[in-house]
Design a protein around this ligand. Structure first.
Ligand SMILES: [Zn+2]
Length: 205
């Protein structure tokens, strides 16, 4: 019997009583799990295994898909708040569905996703998560250098096409940057540019 702490990413009904889940485990990474009988009214696991819940689970690894045996709820996001953040949640689930590889654990990404669930997917946390996720997966460069001259100082601009940082000096030469404000993560222009950047990555995969 294996155990892990997981975040439920996807849940698909299968036959009358079962569900096929996609979960992201802290130590096991992303994997598919069969939840037999979970849709029955008396299932102990029924309320625990909802999308974006954080749970401790036990599962049996035999032939075929791993089989959920037990679960214990650790955290469930506020569904009333989530109802109004469907677009922002989709922004996160899309990259986890398409870019995150199966059976490739990443505790940094797991911990950030767990804290994102606890912050109910506010846009600032969503954008911070997306940037760090892309960096962890190798789709973003070094954020401590100017992407043109490699200077480490006066990094006050970001190129919203390549998502690379620019120093004050290079910005004035290329004119191709966006000034980093007090909190760029909540700016609509930043969110949209990141959407476009991610869409391009997903299309190339
Ligand atoms: Zn520079």
């Amino acid at each position: 019997m294996a155990r892990d702490t997981v975040i439920v990413l996807k849940s698909i009904n299968y036959s009358e009583a079962d569900r096929v889940l996609t979960v992201f485990g802290k130590y096991t990474g992303k994997f598919t799990l069969f939840a037999k009988g979970i849709r029955k009214i008396n299932s102990k696991n029924r309320g625990n295994i909802q999308t974006l819940n954080v749970c401790d689970i036990s599962f049996y690894e035999g032939k075929g898909l791993p089989l959920l045996t037990e679960s214990q709820l650790i955290y469930s996001p506020d569904t009333d708040i989530l109802k109004n953040r469907i677009e922002d949640i989709k922004r996160v689930l899309d990259i986890l569905g398409k870019i995150l590889q199966e059976n490739d654990p990443n505790q940094k990404v797991f911990n950030m996703l767990e804290s994102l669930c606890k912050k109910n997917f506010d846009i600032e946390s969503v954008n911070r998560f997306r940037l760090i996720f892309l960096k962890e997966m190798g789709y973003l460069g070094d954020f401590s250098l100017c992407s043109v001259c490699e200077s480490k100082s006066d990094l006050e601009y970001i190129d919203l096409i390549s998502f690379a940082l620019l120093c004050k000096n290079c910005y004035s030469k290329t004119g191709n940057g966006y000034r980093l404000g007090d909190n760029i993560y909540i700016e609509k222009k930043f969110t949209q540019a990141l959407d476009v950047y991610i869409k391009r990555i997903i299309e190339e995969i």
